[in-house]
Design a protein around this ligand. Structure first.
Ligand code: G4P
Length: 197
């Protein structure tokens, strides 16, 4: 997606070989115009999949998740990482370990909002090792829902989450794929190949 790539080139910062900082439009300040385009792009890539719900995880998945849901005309649910005072219904839970942050969260979704046979589109901001997506898949499985696809804003394709999910048979659509990060340098998947040549 061209607009996203340009935004990453202009405002993204490679903090290390593993971490891309995109606080100015995705992880802290959010760019609503770009988010709208992201929502449209996800909706077009998953057109015809009869999506009934969008599922994401707080907090940075909420922007792109909501915009995708708006375009698809379905509700969006965000899994919580912290306990909610009002979320007291039957809960669907999964344990998500982040290798990047070295922490584990029990994520929760009320069973009221994801039902058997729902066709769920999972959306997240970053795909690294795939742990968040796997946790959201587990939540869907516990509800008896069908995972219709996984939409990612930025995939770090040098980490193994994308491979793992695609090998699991899921349709994974990433709007930007980063092939390599060096401090101060961001290489998209296609450029990494050119670099090697
Ligand atoms: P995984 O789910 O693919 O295994 O990813 P991982 O555990 O490594 O990611 C944990 C958190 O770190 C997630 O945010 C994820 O979005 C974020 N993250 C991973 N790699 C990067 C990166 O290169 N740059 C940025 N900016 N974030 C990255 P989170 O803890 O859920 O935060 P938030 O959604 O509340 O903002």
């Amino acid at each position: 997606m061209e607009a996203l790539r340009k935004k990453i080139e202009k405002e993204g910062q490679a903090l290390s070989e593993n971490i891309l900082k995109v606080d100015s439009f995705l992880n802290h300040q959010m760019d609503p115009v770009l988010m709208k385009e992201i929502g449209q792009e996800f909706a077009s890539r998953f057109q015809g999949r009869e999506i009934t719900k969008v599922l994401t995880i707080e907090s940075s998945g909420i922007g792109p998740g909501l915009m995708a849901a708006l375009e698809l005309g379905v509700p969006m649910i965000f899994a919580r990482k912290r306990k909610s005072l009002t979320l007291t219904d039957d809960l669907l839970t999964a344990s998500v370990h982040s290798y990047t942050k070295n922490e584990t969260n029990d994520i929760t979704v009320s069973s009221k909002y994801i039902k058997k046979n729902d066709k769920v589109l999972i959306i997240d901001d970053f795909l690294a090792n795939g742990q968040a997506a796997l946790g959201l898949i587990e939540v869907c499985e516990k509800a008896g829902a069908i995972v219709a696809g996984i939409g990612i804003v930025i995939e770090k394709s040098f980490q193994d989450g994308g491979k793992r999910l695609r090998e699991g048979g899921y349709q994974v659509e990433s709007l930007a794929r980063i092939g390599q990060l060096n401090v101060g340098e961001i290489l998209f998947e296609s450029e990494k190949e050119m670099h090697k040549a």
